[in-house]
Design a binder for this molecule. Structure first.
Ligand code: GLY
Length: 400
């Protein structure tokens, strides 16, 4: 009897979460077809060049900016090719995804910034998940060791940025950005692979301190918290990429929603899921959230509604919500519905580029950093990456 009830409630949960409307199936098929063609054009270009190029965005002159292995965005293009494999099961993508991933090998010993988690989990992490490549385990563990070198005992936190260059000019001592939550996946994975809890403990310490210091009463988060390396106390609560210290920089909220849901996946600690949900609710209920659910780059930007949107935020939130709707949450369908609405918006001509244009990126209208006058209203490879991840998660939910 118990079993029958469990089965019935599991089916109801699934039915409410999955809800396979015909229109949504078309949306998935249409986007897979488009992504294969559009990224296929970029792959053709890369293969014809005889080099391994790693596309990030469009420059102001319309040319594609290709990055090196140590750019925080270097894992996203290889990761997108892994998603094409996941979405199509076409084995022609495997050697390409492997080649683009392995071109990042040098990153494993990089200790210059915290973004090794983004880089390695989007490339090697997806390769391990989808193709089970044994040597990628070592790459993940070695990279986790590199990330742990940035752990600072007094604040109990991973230092995001060094304080040279523009970060030094801000007077920071140990700047930690909310984005860093995304890098913790690398540490949790390393403990899962090795059984060594060192990585897990660093991740939990970082997640806990961040939860204490980064969030305001209304569950929105600051971008940068600067700590004292000697006393561990907070020195400053600032922004780097947002409109103002006290404003709601949208992508930071997306990193928090996704990052804390991911922490719950690995730890089962309810506080993390609650934080993710609270920050999501804050964004969802924000009076300036546009009807199509694609946020402004900063929800407090002064000229709303005449401010750029940020598609990368929307794609990241959608992907997180497809995971959240499988977790122990009340009314899981509401999270899938919200994600589906985002995906519908991103699939319209307002946000999805025509085939063969836009430097072969998938989506228009993302923002890198307005305060740095950098990458404003452009395509960005991480918007495409989280869009494809969301699509793969949505497809998996609806096929179950
Ligand atoms: N991690 C940098 C950014 O979100 O722009």
């Amino acid at each position: 009897m118990k079993k029958v009830l469990f089965f019935a409630s599991a089916m109801m949960l699934f039915a409410s979460c999955a809800g396979p409307a015909k229109q949504e199936k078309d949306l998935i098929a249409d986007n897979i077809d488009f992504a294969c063609k559009q990224i296929g054009l970029e792959i053709d270009k890369i293969e014809a060049s005889g080099k391994i190029l790693n596309p990030v965005t469009l420059r102001p002159d319309g040319s594609v900016y290709y990055c090196k292995y140590n750019d925080w965005r270097s894992g996203f293009f290889p990761g997108s090719v892994w998603f094409l494999y996941e979405l199509t099961k076409d084995e022609k993508y495997l050697p390409l995804a492997e080649k683009y991933t392995e071109a990042l090998a040098e990153v494993q010993t990089m200790t210059a910034h915290h973004d090794i988690g983004f880089i390695v989990m989007s490339s090697y992490g997806n390769g391990l998940r989808l193709a089970g490549i044994e040597s990628y385990k070592d790459a993940i563990v070695k990279s986790a060791q590199s990330l742990c070198t940035r752990f600072r005992e007094a604040p109990g936190i991973i230092q995001s940025w060094d304080t040279k260059g523009w970060q030094g000019e801000r007077g920071w001592e140990c700047p930690v950005i909310i984005d860093n939550m995304m890098n913790l996946e690398l540490l949790f994975k390393a403990t899962e692979l090795t059984g060594d809890s060192t990585y897990y403990k660093v991740a939990v310490s970082h997640a806990d301190r961040t939860m204490k210091e980064h969030f305001r009463e209304n569950a929105s988060c600051y971008h940068v918290i600067d700590y004292s390396l000697t006393t561990g106390e907070v020195r400053n609560r600032h922004t780097a990429q947002g409109y103002a210290h006290e404003s709601i920089w949208s992508r930071g909220q997306a990193w928090a929603v996704y990052g804390y849901a991911m922490c719950y996946r690995f730890t089962g600690d309810r506080r993390y899921l609650d934080q993710s949900l609270k920050t999501f609710e804050m964004m969802k209920n924000h009076p300036r959230m546009p009807e199509d659910l694609i946020p402004y780059w900063d929800m407090d930007a002064p000229n709303i509604p005449n401010e750029p949107r940020d598609v990368s935020t929307a794609a990241c939130i959608a992907s997180a919500l497809y995971e959240i709707c499988t977790m122990d949450v009340e009314n899981p369908a509401q999270y899938k519905e919200y994600a589906d609405k985002i995906m519908e918006s991103l699939s319209t001509d307002a946000y999805r580029t025509p085939l063969g244009t836009n430097g072969n990126f998938l989506l228009l209208h993302s923002v890198g950093s307005i305060p740095h006058n950098n990458e404003i209203d452009v395509p960005l490879n991480y918007a495409d990456y989280y869009f494809l991840e969301a699509l793969a998660r949505k497809k998996a939910l609806e096929e179950k």
